[in-house]
Write a protein that binds this ligand. Structure first.
Ligand code: GLU
Ligand code: ZN
Length: 309
C-alpha cells in the first residue's frame, strides 16, 4: 500500500515528461487504493508564478489524475524546515559555509581535488573559531551537512541497485532558504509517503535524502526513479522542441485523453492509438510497467518545427 505523491515546482507549464512521471506515480498509489498527494515545491521563488500552480493542477486533472488533501506548498512550511535545521545543528551535523559560488568553483577545480568540478571541496568543514569569525564578517553562511564522504547504497525500484558517495551538501542557503534536499525529506516524512516516484535526474540526490532520513530519525520511503522523456534529438525536453504541453497538443487535435493514451502506450499499458481508460490502466499497472530507458519522443508527437534550435 505505497502512498505516493507528485511534487512539481510551479515554474512553468507541465510538459509531457512531467505528465508521464505524474501518471506513473499516481498509478503506483491508486492501483493499490493508497493515498496520493500533490505538493508544490515552491522555495525557489525567482521563477514561481501564481498561474503555474493553477495550470499544473489543471493539467494533472485533465489527464484524469486526482489527489488527496491537503495539497501542500513548501513556502507554507518554513517552520517545519527550521525545526529540522535546529535539530541537526544541535547534533553537530551541520557547519556554516562562507564560500561564494566562485570560491567553490575555483577550489573544486584545483588539481589536487579528486572530485574536480562536481563537489564542495570541504573548505569550511574544519575552520577554527578565529577563521570562522573572520569569514562571518564577509557574508552570511549557508549550512552544510558533515557527511564525511560516506558511501550510500540503496535499491531503486526502477533503476536498480545504486551506490553514491555523499558530499557536504547544503541544507540552508545563505539567504536563509531551506534547500530542496532538506524540504523534500521533511515533507515526504510528514505526509507518510512510502514510495517516492520522480524523474531520474534526482537519482543521485536520493543518497543525500537517505542520509537526512536517518539523521532525523524518520522512516525511509522506497524510491522509483523514472528515466527522462527526451526530444527527438536526445536533448532534455523543453518548450523549443514543439508541442510539449497540453495546450500545444490540443492545438494539434490531441485531447488530454489522447495524450494520456500516448503516455500509457509508452509505458506498455495500452496499444498505441487505443483509448486508455483510467480503470483499465489501474487494472493493467504492475511494477513491470516501470520504464528503465529514457523515452525519446517521436517527431510525430511534437509537430512541425519541433527540435529546431
Ligand atoms: N520538484 C522536483 C521537480 O519538479 C521534484 C522533486 C521530487 O519529486 O522529489 O523536478
Ligand atoms: Zn565553505
Amino acid at each position: 500500500m505505497p502512498s505516493g505523491r507528485f511534487a512539481p515546482s510551479p515554474t512553468g507549464r507541465l510538459h509531457l515528461g512531467n505528465l508521464r512521471t505524474a501518471l506513473v506515480a499516481w498509478l503506483f498509489a491508486r492501483s493499490d487504493g493508497a493515498p496520493f498527494y500533490l505538493r508544490f515545491e515552491d522555495l525557489d521563488t525567482a521563477s514561481i508564478r501564481d498561474e503555474h500552480y493553477i495550470s499544473q493542477a489543471d493539467d494533472l486533472q485533465a489527464i484524469g489524475l486526482d489527489w488527496d488533501k491537503p495539497t501542500l506548498r513548501q513556502s507554507d512550511r518554513l517552520d517545519a524546515y527550521e525545526t529540522a535545521i535546529e535539530q541537526l545543528l544541535a547534533e553537530d551535523l551541520l557547519y556554516p559555509c562562507y564560500c561564494s559560488r566562485r570560491e567553490i568553483r575555483e577550489a573544486a577545480q584545483a588539481p589536487n581535488n579528486p572530485h574536480a568540478g562536481r563537489r564542495y571541496p570541504g573548505t569550511c568543514r574544519t575552520l577554527s573559531t578565529v577563521e570562522r569569525s573572520a569569514r562571518a564578517t564577509v557574508r552570511e553562511p549557508a549550512f552544510r551537512v558533515r557527511a564525511h564522504g560516506e558511501v550510500r547504497h540503496f535499491i531503486d525500484r526502477a533503476a536498480g541497485p545504486q551506490t553514491f558517495e555523499l558530499d557536504d551538501f547544503v541544507v540552508r542557503r545563505n539567504d536563509g532558504t531551506p534547500a530542496y534536499h532538506l524540504a523534500v525529506v521533511i515533507d515526504d516524512a510528514a505526509q507518510g509517503i512510502e514510495l517516492v516516484v520522480r524523474a531520474d535526474d534526482l537519482l543521485e540526490s536520493t543518497a543525500r535524502h537517505l542520509f537526512l532520513y536517518e539523521k532525523l530519525d524518520f522512516t525511509t520511503p522506497e524510491h522509483a526513479h523514472i528515466p527522462l522523456v527526451l526530444a527527438p534529438s536526445g536533448d532534455r525536453l523543453a518548450k523549443r522542441h514543439g508541442a510539449v504541453d497540453l495546450d500545444d497538443q490540443a492545438a494539434r487535435g490531441n485531447r488530454p485523453a489522447d495524450v494520456r493514451s500516448f503516455l500509457a502506450s509508452t509505458l506498455g499499458l495500452c496499444e498505441e492509438g487505443q483509448p486508455a481508460e483510467l480503470a483499465d490502466l489501474l487494472a493493467a499497472f504492475t511494477m513491470a510497467a516501470l520504464p528503465t530507458e529514457p523515452l525519446v519522443l517521436p517527431e510525430s508527437m511534437l509537430g512541425d518545427g519541433g527540435d529546431t534550435p
